[in-house]
Each structure stands twice: as structure tokens, then as C-alpha cells.
Design a protein around this ligand. Structure first.
Ligand SMILES: *[C@@H]1O[C@H](CO)[C@@H](O)[C@H](O)[C@H]1NC(C)=O
Ligand SMILES: *[C@@H]1O[C@H](CO)[C@@H](O)[C@H](O)[C@H]1NC(C)=O
Ligand SMILES: *[C@@H]1O[C@H](CO)[C@@H](O)[C@H](O)[C@H]1NC(C)=O
Ligand SMILES: *[C@@H]1O[C@H](CO)[C@@H](O)[C@H](O)[C@H]1NC(C)=O
Ligand SMILES: *[C@@H]1O[C@H](CO)[C@@H](O)[C@H](O)[C@H]1NC(C)=O
Length: 419
């Protein structure tokens, strides 16, 4: 016991030191945020719900990813957005609880900036008894109208799996191919594809809510203390859809991250970013494009615990997150209706770091955390929850200029802000 305490106390001290900004600004105190701020203009005239024909299933959306469509000459024609939502999240949330009823299925949606419409993707061939609670979703680009493989993390009733689908640009259908299982899909959260049949995947916790008895406490301890146990892996799957062995390999590529959440690959393929939610940091790795091995390069401290991260096509990293953790927990518990939102963009800069940056935002990042080395941070969207609640993903489409934001417990599901 004594040895245990002697080892544990400095370790806890270290964890708390690493989480000091998160502890102070996102747990102990509550920052003053505006009702709504959008960096390109008035929120009321520039932002609107993504689904203009409201559907009760289109709410509580976690992830969103681009689906790029290239023509025969390799020219980008359209950048659609696939969104994962779960209107039953109040009954089934394996990350934050509760685990009451896994039966009502979540849903997938496709937004087209050309038509301005959001359509529901019907699940086809999906096993009847199978439950569906989508989180991370990624879809391979479509070339000259061909179909794409789409992968979706599914926090199903019994365990977390990854579903493989095929989606054709001409139909609003997600055709189920197979369910991928692996002992290392402990608490899979976000995906980033490296080919039509390989991807990186994060696991947000090692101790999950699903564990008997300790599941009520250990995941919270892992989160609040920022214990670096979670990890990201690289997975290669069998290109033969009919082969019994679906997962060919799983390699741990980024071990010992505290609450690894979103991840994304830069447009050049040479960099990968992972959000470490519980210590309010984004880690950057350089990526070996032939082996998919990662080497840690640098980290950027943020004024909020980041959730999902997505590179835009210029190589800026858009990060969305939860500025006040206790309010988010109350929202999950149904004790409040809204929790704050914050979306920023992290860009690489050359030369001297400026002490003051992000000056247009009502609450500037630079008043909270120190200037990051070789990077700068710009606020894209901010809300105390009144205009938009519990932001989980933010995407910037460099083609249309649109900013998309999804909300974990947003009744509107997701919003679009256009310049
Ligand atoms: C609403 O979404 C559900 C999918 O969850 C779908 O079955 C239903 O047809 C949609 N309703 C309308 C009016 O689009
Ligand atoms: C679509 O075409 C691309 C480029 O040729 C290819 O990589 C991808 O595997 C194709 N998609 C499917 C589902 O076959
Ligand atoms: C889930 O677990 C239950 C009870 O252990 C079992 O009866 C059921 O077949 C499992 N379902 C799936 C889809 O694996
Ligand atoms: C990628 O890994 C391979 C095998 O270890 C190595 O030969 C190659 O030099 C690496 N590439 C880079 C850019 O580091
Ligand atoms: C910032 O960039 C310079 C020049 O590339 C490099 O020497 C330095 O190590 C970088 N700092 C950090 C903390 O990454």
C-alpha cells in the first residue's frame, strides 16, 4: 500500500499539472461566452440548421466528415457532408452514460451544398437484431461517380464495433457489408481513412461505462485525472468483402494518450492530429505514409477540452469542443438543456510567436492559454449554448466556405454557417 501511494502521489501530481488549464477553466470556473459568435458575420443571418426539413431523428449529432466527389479529370466537384446522429442518446451513451435502452437506432445523413438538402441514408442489409449507435464516420472519396466505402464506429448494445458500408453518389442508401470486431476496439471513437480498406481509429478510454460495478466510477477517474491510457491504432481490413477474416491487422500507433478522441490526417498525408480531451490538448504527429507509423512532433494547448478534429484542405486543423465539463455532464443527465460550444482553427505559422492572437473573438484563446509554438489559433464559432449547444465536430469546407458544426445534444443536430 505504501509503495502504491509513494508511486501514485507524484503521478497524480503530474497528471493534475498537465491538466491545469482544463481543471481551472473548464471544470472549476465557467468562462463568459457570448450567445453566439461566428467569425465571418452575424450569427442570426449567417448560421442556420443543417436540416431545413426538420426530422425528429436528425438531432444529437456527434460526427461529420467530408465526402469528396471528383470528376474523371480528378477535379473536385462537390464536398458533401456525412453526419452521424443518435436521437436515442439520452437512453444510450457508452462514453458518458446512461446505458438504459440500446434499441432505438441512430441515423446517418448526407448534406449536399449544391442541392442544399440533407437526406437520410437508409440502412440496407443491416442485420435486423443489430443495434446502431453511430459515432465516428469517415467515407472514402468518390471518383467519377463510383461508390465509396464508409466506416462507422457503432457503440452497439454488446460491444463497440466498426460497420463497413458502401454508399453510391446516386442513392441515399448505406449498404451494409460487414461488421468489424477486434479486441482492441475497446471504446472506439473517431476514424481517419488511409485507403479504401485501412484506417486509424482512436479509443477514448480503456475503462468504459460497460464494465460491471467499476463502470460507474473508473471511466470518470480516467477522464478527470487525465490518465494517459487510451490509444490510437491503425487497422488494415481484407479487401475481399466475402472473406471471413475481416480485420487483417491492428497496430497500436499512438499509445498512452489521455482520452484520445478526434483524429484527422492532413491533406498532404504527412501529419496526423489527435485530440486529448481530458488535458485540453491537440497532439501532432508526423506520419510515415508507407508504414503508417507516427512520430510525436508537437502539441497545442486549447482553452477547452477538444472533441473531434478535422483538417481543412489548406491544412488548418478545425477543432470543436466543450468549454465547461460540469455543464456537459448536467446536460447528459438531463438537468440542464444547453452546454457551451467553441470551435477554433489551428494553423501552422513561421517565425516568432505572438503573445496576442485570436483577438476578434469575444473571448480570445490568448487570454486563457499560452501562445503555442509555431502555431496560431483562431476562433471560428463560440456560444454559451443559447445559439448552439455542445459542439462536437467542426468542419470548414474551403470550396464553399461553409462551416459545419454538430452538437452532441443539439435538438437541431447540426448547423451551417456561411460567409
Ligand atoms: C426521418 O428519419 C427517419 C430515419 O431515422 C426516416 O425513417 C423517416 O422517413 C424520416 N422522415 C422524413 C419525413 O423524412
Ligand atoms: C472508387 O475508385 C477509387 C479510385 O479508383 C478506388 O480507390 C476505390 O476503391 C473505388 N471505390 C470502390 C468502392 O470500389
Ligand atoms: C448480445 O449479447 C446477448 C446476451 O449476452 C446475446 O444473447 C446476443 O446474441 C448478443 N447480440 C449480438 C448482436 O452479438
Ligand atoms: C518510413 O518507414 C520505412 C520503414 O521503416 C523507412 O524505410 C522510411 O525511411 C520511412 N520514411 C520516412 C519518410 O521516414
Ligand atoms: C518551432 O519551429 C522551429 C523551426 O522549425 C523549430 O526549431 C522548433 O523546435 C519548433 N518548436 C517546437 C516547440 O516545436
Amino acid at each position: 500500500m505504501r509503495l502504491f501511494l509513494v508511486t501514485l502521489t507524484p503521478l497524480l501530481g503530474l497528471f493534475i499539472w498537465r491538466s491545469k488549464y482544463t481543471f481551472y477553466y473548464n471544470i472549476l470556473t465557467k468562462m463568459e461566452l457570448p450567445d453566439g459568435y461566428y467569425y465571418e458575420g452575424e450569427v442570426s443571418s449567417h448560421c442556420h440548421p443543417m436540416n431545413s426539413a426538420p426530422n425528429l431523428s436528425f438531432k444529437y449529432c456527434e460526427d461529420a466528415s467530408f465526402w469528396d466527389h471528383y470528376d474523371a479529370d480528378g477535379k473536385l466537384e462537390e464536398r458533401r457532408v456525412v453526419v452521424s446522429c443518435d436521437s436515442g442518446r439520452r437512453e444510450w451513451n457508452t462514453v458518458m452514460g446512461p446505458l438504459l435502452d440500446p434499441t432505438p437506432r441512430g441515423s446517418l445523413w448526407m448534406y449536399s451544398p449544391i442541392s442544399g438538402e440533407t437526406t437520410h441514408l437508409t440502412l440496407e442489409n443491416f442485420p435486423a437484431e443489430h443495434t446502431f449507435h453511430p459515432l465516428g464516420v469517415e467515407i472514402y472519396p468518390s471518383y467519377s461517380g463510383n461508390a465509396s466505402y464508409m466506416y462507422v464506429v457503432n457503440h452497439a448494445a454488446n460491444k463497440t464495433v466498426i460497420e463497413q458500408f458502401r454508399v453510391s453518389p446516386s442513392e441515399s442508401v448505406a449498404k451494409h457489408i460487414r461488421t468489424l470486431s477486434h479486441p482492441f476496439f475497446v471504446a472506439s471513437n473517431a476514424l481517419a481513412l488511409t485507403s479504401p480498406t485501412s484506417f486509424y481509429v482512436t479509443n477514448d478510454h480503456v475503462f468504459t461505462k460497460r464494465l460491471p460495478y467499476v463502470g460507474a466510477v473508473l471511466p470518470m477517474v480516467e477522464t478527470v485525472l487525465g490518465i494517459p491510457l487510451s490509444f490510437a491504432g491503425h487497422v488494415i481490413i481484407n479487401p475481399d468483402e466475402t472473406d471471413e477474416t475481416a480485420v487483417l491487422s491492428h497496430t497500436v500507433v499512438a499509445p498512452f494518450v489521455a482520452f484520445s478522441n478526434g483524429l484527422s490526417i492532413s491533406p498532404s498525408g504527412l501529419e496526423l492530429a489527435i485530440a486529448s480531451t481530458s488535458i485540453g490538448t491537440v497532439y501532432f504527429y508526423s506520419r510515415n505514409t508507407s508504414t503508417n507509423a507516427l512520430t510525436f512532433s508537437t502539441s497545442v494547448q486549447l482553452p477547452f477540452p477538444p472533441d473531434n478534429v478535422k483538417y481543412d484542405h489548406y491544412g488548418n486543423l478545425v477543432v470543436s469542443g466543450h468549454p465547461h465539463f460540469p455543464t456537459l455532464l448536467q446536460l447528459v443527465a438531463g438537468k440542464v438543456d444547453i452546454a457551451p460550444s467553441w470551435v477554433v482553427s489551428i494553423s501552422r505559422i513561421q517565425g516568432a510567436v505572438t503573445a496576442e492572437y485570436d483577438l476578434n473573438a469575444p473571448l480570445s484563446t490568448s487570454t486563457i492559454v499560452p501562445s503555442p509554438a509555431n502555431h496560431t489559433v483562431q476562433t471560428l464559432f463560440q456560444s454559451n449554448g443559447k445559439i448552439f449547444t455542445s459542439s462536437t465536430s467542426g468542419l470548414i469546407d474551403t470550396l464553399s466556405g461553409n462551416l459545419y458544426v454538430t452538437g452532441l445534444y443539439a435538438e437541431d443536430g447540426a448547423i451551417i454557417c456561411h460567409p
